[in-house]
Write a protein that binds this ligand. Structure first.
Ligand code: NOJ
Length: 743
C-alpha cells in the first residue's frame, strides 16, 4: 500500500468514528475545565513539572525526600524512571494525598523493549517490515503498561545521515519516507487505536526538531539548515506522527538555525500547535529549558521558564525552571495565564484519556505484570523481529548458509560470547540471563557431531593482541570460520558520537590474521550505526550486519547462518567508505559538475582520494535466493494533478529457495524550480515468494508522490516529466519508466 492510500484509509477511518471520538473528547474537556476551576497557579504549575527518580521507595529513599514531599503537595505532574507495579503504586499513593488528588503520569524510555529486549530501532528499521516493527512496539508497550508505565519516550523520529552521531541507533535511518512509515508503525504499536488500553502506552515523537542534523555528528551540537531542508527532510516524520495521533512530543537539546528548539515558537507554536493543529502536549528534553541559559539564549532560569512556555514547551523535564519560576513569571505578566492553562489542559486531557482519574492504579497490576513479563511468546516474537533486522551485506560464492552438519566450526572474536552487548543501549528492565549469545545460538543449531571451538582473540577495545595466535590456530583447525566483531553496547547511543568509525582497536588486524590463513572468513558485525570496514568488505567471504539484535540475537543470527531464515534486511542508512564522506545519503542533490565517469573527475564534484559512491548503498541487502524484476507498466503516460497512476511490475524469485524481497520505488524530478535529489524513495513493498514464484506488484503515484516544497515552502507538484525507478537498492535499479504531469 502506498503512503497516499494509507493516508486516505486513515482519513476514512477517522470520518467513520469521528462522532464517537468527538463526544468522548468533549466529555474529557468538560472534566478538565471543571477540575481546572479549582486549581491554584501553583497546582497548575505542578502539572507541568516532571521529575526523575529511581528506587524512590525503600532503603536509600532519603535522598529523594524533597521530590517525595513535592509529590505529596501536588507539585509534580509526572515522574520518569519510576517503574514496576510495586513502586509506581507507592509513588502514586503519595500523589493521591495531595489536595486535588491528581494522579501522576509515569514515563520511561522504553525504546526497544521493556523486559524482552528487541533489536535497537535502527536494526528494526532494517527489516523494512512495518508489521514486525509495530508488533515489537506493541510487546514493549504491553510489558511496560503492565509494570505501571503510562508513557514511553519513543519513537525517536529524527532523520540521521551522519553515523558519527551515536543516536542514529535509536532512529529509523536516513530516509524521510521510510522514517515516516516506521514512525507511524511504532506509534500504532505503542498506543493502539485509542489511548487507555491496558496493554498500551502513550508514545512520544522526539526530538523536535533538527536534532539528527547536529553539526559534525557531535551530540547536542547546533543544527543549521535551510528551511527547505527542514521541511523536506527532517519534519515529515513528525508530521506523520501527528497524523497518526501520537500523544506527546519531546523537543530537543539543539539550536536550530540559531534558536534553541526548546524555545522555538516557530516549531512548537506556529507549526506544531498552529498549522498542524496538534492537540497533545510537548515535554522538554532533560533540563533543556534550563540549558537555554547555557545556550546564551536566556539570562537566567526565570527567563528560560518564560521563554520555553511561551514557545510551547508544556512540561519541564528535570529542569526546575517551571517549578521555581513559572508562577512568578505569570504574576509578573511575562507569561499569560491562558498560556499556562493551555499547557495544563493538554496534560490533564491525557490523564483523563488514560483513565487515571477513574483508577490511578489501573496500569499497576501485579498479576498482569507477572504474566506479561514472563510470556514466552514475547521471546519468540523478539527472535522473529531480530532475524528480519539482519542484513546480509556480502556472500561470495554462497559461502552462507553453513551446513548444519559441518565437521568443525571456529567462532572467534570479542563479541562471540557477548550478552550485554547484544542488547544495545537504552535497556530499562532487561534480564541478562535471558540473553542468548551468538555461541549459544549457534551451538543450539549445530549437529552434535560438529566440533565447535570458541576463541575470543581480544576484547572489544582490542588493545591486547596476545589472544590472536590461539584464534588463528582455531581458524586453521576448522572447516568454517566465523568472526564476531564490532562495537560494544555503549559505543552507540546518546552522547556516543565518534570520529573514527572503524572497528575498535585492533579488531581489523584480528580479521587480517584470520584471512591470512586462506580460510574463507564469515564476519558477523554488531553495531548501533554504520561502521567503516573497507578491508573486511574487500576480503571477507560473507558479512552479516547484525546491529544490536536484542536478547534473542544469538538465535536469530544462527537462524540466518544455517539457513532456517533467509535474510531479508535492507540498509536504512548508507554505509560510507570513509568518515570523510559523511554526512552521506543516497538522496544527493544534483550539481552542475556531476561525476560522469570515475576516470574523469577533474573539476568535478568528486574526491581525489575516494569514489563518491558508498561502500554499501541505502536499500542494499542480499538474500540466499535471487529476484528478477520485469515488465514495468505505468498505467498511463501522463496525469493531471488530481489523478492516480499505477506503476506495476513483476517480481520473480529466480533462485531455489523461498525468500523475501523489499522492492523499492524511487522518483526523480529532472527539472524543477528547486533542484531535486537524484532519487527519492516513494514506496516499498516487502514480499515473500516461493522458489520460482512470480507476483505482480504495484505502487500508486499521485500528486503527493511528485510534490516538494518550493522556495516559498508551498507543497507543489510542478508539471513536467518524472523518472520512475524500481529496484532492489538505491544503487541497483532494475526497471525505469517515465510519467508526465500535465499543467
Ligand atoms: C535525554 C534524551 O535525549 C531523551 O531522548 C530521553 O528521552 C530523555 N533523556 C529521558 O531519559
Amino acid at each position: 500500500m502506498t503512503k497516499n492510500t494509507m493516508t486516505l484509509l486513515a482519513t476514512a477511518a477517522l470520518m467513520v468514528c469521528a462522532p464517537a471520538v468527538l463526544a468522548q473528547d468533549k466529555a474529557i474537556q468538560q472534566k478538565v475545565d471543571a477540575l481546572m476551576k479549582h486549581m491554584t497557579i501553583e497546582e497548575k504549575v505542578g502539572q507541568l513539572h516532571q521529575l526523575s527518580g529511581r528506587q524512590m521507595t525503600g532503603p536509600g529513599s532519603e535522598k529523594f525526600s524533597d521530590k517525595l514531599a513535592d509529590i505529596r503537595l501536588g507539585r509534580v505532574g509526572s515522574m520518569l524512571n519510576v517503574k514496576g507495579v510495586a513502586e509506581t503504586r507507592e509513588i502514586q499513593a503519595l500523589a493521591l494525598q495531595s489536595r486535588l488528588k491528581i494522579p501522576l503520569l509515569f514515563s520511561l524510555d522504553v525504546i526497544h523493549g521493556y523486559k524482552t529486549v528487541f533489536p535497537v530501532p535502527l536494526g528494526e528499521a532494517a527489516s523494512w517490515d512495518l508489521a514486525a516493527i509495530e508488533q515489537s512496539a506493541y510487546i514493549a508497550a504491553k510489558e511496560a503498561a503492565a509494570s505501571g508505565i503510562h508513557w514511553t519516550f519513543a519513537p525517536m523520529v529524527d532523520i540521521g545521515r551522519d553515523p558519527r552521531w551515536g543516536r542514529v541507533m535509536e532512529g529509523a535511518g536516513e530516509d524521510t519516507y521510510l522514517g515516516s512509515r516506521i514512525a507511524v508503525a511504532r506509534i500504532k504499536g505503542f498506543q493502539g487505536e485509542k489511548l487507555g488500553g491496558l496493554d498500551r502506552v502513550m508514545a512520544t515523537a522526539k526530538h523536535f526538531a533538527g536534532y539528527g542534523a547536529a553539526i559534525a555528528g557531535r551530540d547536542y551540537n547546533a543544527a543549521d539548515m535551510s528551511e527547505q531542508q527542514l521541511h523536506e527532510t527532517y519534519l515529515p516524520p513528525f508530521k506523520a506522527s501527528v497524523d497518526a495521533g501520537v500523544a506527546t512530543f519531546m523537543n530537543s537539546f539543539n539550536t536550530l538555525n540559531g534558536v534553541p528548539a526548546t524555545a522555538s515558537a516557530y516549531l512548537q507554536r506556529d507549526l506544531l500547535k498552529g498549522q498542524w493543529k496538534y492537540p497533545g502536549f510537548v515535554v522538554s528534553d532533560w533540563a533543556s529549558i534550563k540549558e537555554l541559559v547555557e545556550h546564551g539564549y536566556a539570562t537566567d532560569l526565570a527567563q528560560a521558564a518564560g521563554q520555553a512556555i511561551n514557545a510551547g514547551s508544556d512540561m519541564d523535564m528535570e529542569g526546575y525552571a517551571y517549578s521555581r519560576h513559572l508562577a512568578q513569571q505569570i504574576k509578573d505578566g511575562k507569561v499569560k495565564s491562558s498560556v499556562l492553562d493551555d499547557a495544563v489542559r493538554r496534560v490533564l486531557t491525557k490523564k483523563f484519556a488514560l483513565g487515571l482519574f477513574d483508577d490511578p492504579y489501573r496500569y499497576s497490576d501485579a498479576a498482569r505484570e507477572q504474566a506479561a513479563l514472563n510470556d514466552p511468546e514475547h521471546a519468540r516474537i523478539a527472535r522473529d523481529v531480530a532475524r528480519k533486522s539482519l542484513v546480509l551485506l556480502k556472500n561470495e560464492g554462497q559461502v552462507l548458509p553453513f551446513a548444519k552438519g559441518l565437521k568443525s566450526l571456529a567462532v572467534i572474536g570479542p563479541l562471540a560470547e557477548a550478552k550485554r552487548d547484544l542488547e544495545g543501549g537504552w535497556i530499562v528492565q532487561s534480564d541478562e540471563s535471558r540473553v542468548v549469545s551468538l555461541v549459544e545460538g549457534i551451538r543450539a543449531q549445530l549437529s552434535p557431531q560438529t566440533k565447535l571451538t570458541v576463541a575470543k582473540g581480544c576484547d572489544v577495545a582490542c588493545v591486547d593482541t596476545s589472544g590472536f595466535d590461539a584464534a588463528v590456530a582455531a581458524a586453521k583447525d576448522a572447516d568454517a570460520v566465523l568472526l564476531v566483531v564490532g562495537e560494544s553496547w555503549d559505543m552507540s547511543g546518546e552522547a556516543k558520537s565518534r570520529v573514527d568509525l572503524q572497528l575498535p582497536g585492533k579488531q581489523a588486524a584480528l580479521f587480517d590474521a584470520l584471512a591470512a590463513t586462506g580460510k574463507p572468513v564469515v564476519v558477523v558485525m554488531l553495531a548501533g550505526r554504520p561502521l567503516v570496514f573497507e578491508n573486511v568488505a574487500d576480503k571477507a567471504a560473507a558479512i552479516l550486519y547484525a546491529w544490536f539484535p536484542g536478547a534473542q540475537g544469538g538465535n536469530a543470527v544462527a537462524d540466518v547462518l544455517f539457513g532456517d531464515y533467509n535474510p531479508s534486511g535492507k540498509l536504512p542508512m548508507t554505509f560510507p567508505r570513509s568518515v570523510g564522506q559523511i554526512p552521506i545519503s543516497y538522496q544527493q542533490y544534483r550539481t552542475g559538475r556531476p561525476v560522469l565517469s570515475e576516470k574523469n573527475i577533474v573539476y568535478r564534484s568528486a574526491y581525489i582520494d575516494s569514489p563518491n559512491t558508498p561502500r554499501y548503498a541505502f536499500g542494499h541487502g542480499l538474500s540466499y535466493t535471487s529476484f528478477a524484476y520485469s515488465d514495468l507498466v505505468v498505467s498511463k503516460p501522463a496525469m493531471k494533478q488530481g489523478d492516480k497512476v499505477t506503476v506495476s511490475f513483476t517480481l520473480t524469485n529466480t533462485g531455489n529457495r523461498a525468500g523475501e524481497e523489499v522492492a523499492q520505488l524511487y522518483i526523480r524530478d529532472p527539472v524543477a524550480s528547486v533542484v531535486r535529489p537524484l532519487m527519492e524513495l516513494k514506496g516499498f513493498q516487502k514480499t515473500k515468494l516461493a522458489a520460482g514464484e512470480s507476483r505482480k506488484l504495484s505502487f500508486q503515484v499521485d500528486r503527493n508522490t511528485l510534490a516538494f516544497h518550493n522556495t516559498r515552502l508551498a507543497w507543489v507538484a510542478e508539471p513536467g516529466e518524472f523518472e520512475l525507478m524500481v529496484g532492489t537498492a538505491a544503487d541497483a535499479i532494475r526497471l525505469r519508466g517515465k510519467l508526465t504531469l500535465q499543467d
